[in-house]
Write a protein that binds this ligand. Structure first.
Ligand code: UTP
Length: 229
C-alpha cells in the first residue's frame, strides 16, 4: 500500500506559531511503524501554518502581489516540511523537492519524501493531490484540525453537520462561498479538486490531532470524511 499523507499546518504549529514538537515526533513514529509493516508512506506534504499566514499578512500589508504572497506561503510550508526530515532522519529523503518532477524522482529512491508548496495559485492540498496522482498512491490521507468535511464551516457555524462521505461537487458547493487568496485556501482549492476528480484518488479527510488516527484509517476504520466518486 502506497500512502500520501498531508499534515495541515495548524497541526504542527499553534496559533502563536510555536512548533508542536511532540506531535511531530508522534507523526514520525506512526509513519515509521507503517513503513515497517510495508505500508509505505511515500510522501508527506506539510502545510504552511501560522508562519505562512504571518508572513503573507505582512507582505500583503506592504503591497505584495498575491503571487508573491503565495511564494512566501510555499517557502513556509517547505520550512515546516524540513523539520520532519529531522524527525525521520535516515528514512527521509534529505532535501525538499520544489517541483512535482523532483517529488517523483525523490519518491523513486524509496525514501520518505517531505514536501511543502510547489507553485502559486494553490494550497498544499493541491500538492498532495498532484503527488498522489503522480506517484500512483493507493490512498491520500488529509490530516487536518477538524473532524472531516462539514456542510458549513464548523468553526463559524454551530449548525454545520459532518459528512461521512462527500462528492467533489458537494465540496465545490461548500467552498464556493469562500474566496481564494494566498494563505486562505480553505478545505480544498480548485486545483486539488480537479486532480482528485480526474484521478479518483481514494481520499480521507480526518482529524489529525491524534497521529494514531492514521493507523486507524490504514486498518480500514471509518473516520472523518471519505471523498466518493
Ligand atoms: P497551505 O494553505 O496549504 O498551508 O499553504 P496551511 O495554511 O497550513 O493550510 P493547511 O492547514 O495545511 O490546509 C500556505 C500558503 O502557501 C501558498 C498558498 O498561499 C497557501 O495558502 N501555497 C502553498 C502555494 O501558493 N502553492 C502551493 O503549492 C502551496
Amino acid at each position: 500500500m502506497r500512502i500520501v499523507l498531508k499534515i495541515g499546518g495548524s497541526l504542527i504549529q499553534d496559533e502563536k506559531g510555536d512548533i508542536r514538537i511532540e506531535r511531530l515526533a508522534e507523526y514520525a513514529k506512526v509513519v515509521l511503524k507503517l513503513r515497517k509493516e510495508k505500508k509505505e508512506v511515500a510522501c508527506i506534504i506539510v502545510g504552511g501554518g501560522k508562519t505562512a499566514r504571518k508572513y503573507i499578512e505582512a507582505a500583503r500589508k506592504l503591497g505584495a502581489a498575491e503571487g508573491l504572497c503565495d511564494e512566501i506561503g510555499i517557502r513556509a510550508a517547505q520550512l515546516n516540511a524540513q523539520i520532519m526530515i529531522g524527525a525521520l532522519d535516515k528514512e527521509a529523503y534529505p532535501t525538499i523537492p520544489e517541483t512535482l518532477q523532483e517529488v517523483a524522482g525523490a519518491a523513486a529512491t524509496g525514501k520518505i519524501v517531505l514536501a511543502g508548496g510547489l507553485q502559486p495559485g494553490q494550497s498544499t492540498n493541491a500538492v498532495a493531490a498532484l503527488v498522489a496522482e503522480r506517484i500512483k498512491a493507493d490512498i491520500l490521507i488529509n490530516a487536518t484540525d477538524v473532524d472531516g468535511v462539514y456542510t458549513k464551516d464548523p468553526k463559524k457555524d454551530p449548525s454545520a453537520e459532518k459528512l461521512d462521505k462527500v462528492t467533489i461537487n458537494e465540496i465545490q458547493e461548500i467552498i464556493n462561498e469562500k474566496g481564494f487568496f494566498a494563505g486562505k485556501y480553505e478545505l480544498f482549492d480548485p486545483v486539488a479538486l480537479k486532480i482528485l476528480e480526474r484521478s479518483k484518488i481514494s481520499t480521507w479527510i480526518i482529524n489529525g490531532e491524534d497521529p494514531k488516527s492514521i493507523l486507524k484509517i490504514v486498518a480500514g476504520e471509518k473516520l472523518g470524511t471519505r471523498i466518493v466518486y
